[in-house]
Each structure stands twice: as C-alpha cells, then as structure tokens.
Design a protein around this ligand. Structure first.
Ligand code: PAF
Length: 281
C-alpha cells in the first residue's frame, strides 16, 4: 500500500491509474479504523480496480465543546490494518493541506444539516459536506463508500452530490455490529465497562420500535415517545428517537414507505448514534 500526505503526491499516484482507465474507489475515514471501516474497503474493492482510503480527523465537523482534541489518532495502527487489506493508497493529509488559511468556502446542504443530529451539532454537517466535497475533488473517484451507521450523513452527502453534480456514485454499506448488537464506532472507546454493558440497548430499542411498526402500528409519535422513555430508563440521555423517510429524512407519515428509525443518545462521555431501516406496508 502506497501513502501520500499532500494533494500533489496524491494526484501523482492517481495519474497512472487514471491513464490506464482503472476504476477508483474512495473510502473517507477519520481513522481509528475498526471492522466497519474495513468493510467499506472490501466494498470498494468489489466495485473498483483501486481503493484509496483517506484518514483525516476533520476539524470543521467538530463543535467547540466537542472531542476534536481527544479524538483517537492511531495512524500507525491504521496503516497496519490497511496493509492486510485491499487498500492501494492511504491519503493522510494535515489540516493545513486540506484547509488553506485564507479559505472562504463552505459547502452547505440546507435544512438537512439542521435536523436530527444537526439540531444538537450545529456546525457538524457543514464540516462534513465541505470536507467530503474537497476529498471528492482531490481524488475524483468513480465511487465513494460510506457506512449506513451515519445514516443522516449518507443522505446529506447523496443530496450534495446530486445538487452540485459531482460525478461519483455514492454507496452506503450496512452497519457492522458487535456480537451484542452495538454498532461499531470509534467513539465506543469512550464507554466505561458499565456503560458498555448498557450501550446495546440503543439498538434493541430501535429493533423494538421496528417490530411494533411491522406489527401494524402507525402511531409513530407515540412509538418515539415510548422508546425515549425506555432509553432514559436504561441510563441514556437521548437527543432524539425519530421515525423518518429514508429518502429525505422528513418525519414519516402513515402512507410513507421506505422508513428509517434513527436515534442519538449520550451515555457518559460517548454520544452514540444508530438506526434501522424498514419497508412499511
Ligand atoms: O464518517 C466519517 O468518518 C466522517 O464524517 C467523514 C465522512 C470521513 C468526513 O470527515
């Protein structure tokens, strides 16, 4: 696996692949790689001749009171994990390479950036869409892969790519879970042993809501309230528990198909997010 830390070096490595007509996949990450990320690399390999993985802890997607400084940076370990996989190139730039000091441009997907997680993390999605747009411009991949665990991120990125005509296929890859159902996430490292035992209740609560809907209940708001109470009882401080349309993340109504149930909840120092999809009717 080759490595590049500058945009110039990245483009130099990509040029011969592009000249040879090879298909290129991009897996954007913030590092601290786990099995969920490695699944994205495998999915990239299935769809392209070359897989580029970026590792960049993006400062602009963290609020001032969030964990940018303490976010786990494990580049050596990440390189080791990627070497055993099918990644061809690791791009790991420094913040100054990605954000010139005099940069003035922000990519914003309006409305969608303020709902759900955006309500609690006001700068987050503008940071994500700006950096993902930049990474897509730097690498110019044919396909880019994102985990479905960050479902709102995936929908927002699809919207951005469609709205500003970026010529790339966006692929969502199913969430990889621990044996007890907890969605894999770099932030699971923040959980204490006792919080780790409680954490799978978030997924259980989403599955319980899914079961109730599949059994025929269409009182979505009541289901949301009931599961918020379950989460509080389990020891979480939930930000939201919400039944939405997969396509645009607007609140689901009775007649909608293609639904997703999303939740975010704080547990100690960790803020966990998860979701389950269902086809109504
Ligand atoms: O999902 C992530 O790890 C990040 O939000 C992403 C897409 C790499 C952008 O920084």
């Amino acid at each position: 696996m080759d490595t590049a830390t500058t945009i110039a070096a990245l483009r130099e490595r990509l040029a011969p692949w592009r000249r040879a007509g090879e298909r290129i996949a991009l897996v954007p990450t913030m590092g601290n790689l786990h099995a969920g990320h490695l699944q994205l690399v495998e999915a990239g390999r299935e769809r392209a001749d070359r897989v580029v993985v970026s590792v960049f802890v993006n400062p602009t997607q963290f609020g001032e009171d969030e964990d940018y400084a303490s976010y786990p940076r494990t580049l050596e370990e990440d390189v080791r994990k990627l070497r055993g996989r099918s990644a061809d190139l690791l791009f790991s730039p420094q913040p100054a390479e990605v954000y010139p000091e005099d940069a003035k441009t922000v990519v914003e997907v309006r409305e969608m950036n303020k709902m759900l997680c955006g309500q609690f993390r006001p700068v987050h999605f503008n940071g994500v869409t700006t950096v993902v747009c930049k990474l897509l411009n730097m690498v110019q991949p044919d396909v880019a892969l994102f985990g479905e665990k960050d479902f709102q991120q995936l929908v927002v990125i699809r919207r951005m790519v469609a709205d500003i005509n970026i010529p790339v296929e966006i692929v969502g890859v199913p969430t990889v879970r621990e044996a007890d159902g907890l969605a894999m996430s770099s932030r699971n490292d923040y959980l204490s042993a006792s919080e780790r035992r409680i954490a799978p209740s978030l997924y259980q609560s989403l599955c319980a809501a899914k079961k109730v809907i599949e059994a025929g209940s269409l009182d979505f708001r009541q289901i949301e309230q009931a599961q918020l109470a379950v989460l509080r009882q389990a020891g979480f401080s939930p930000d939201y528990f919400s039944i939405r349309r997969c396509s645009d993340l607007l609140p689901a109504a009775d007649q909608d198909g293609g639904l997703v149930i999303l939740a975010a909840a704080r547990l100690g120092k960790a803020r966990l997010i998860d979701n389950v999809q269902l086809t109504a009717g």
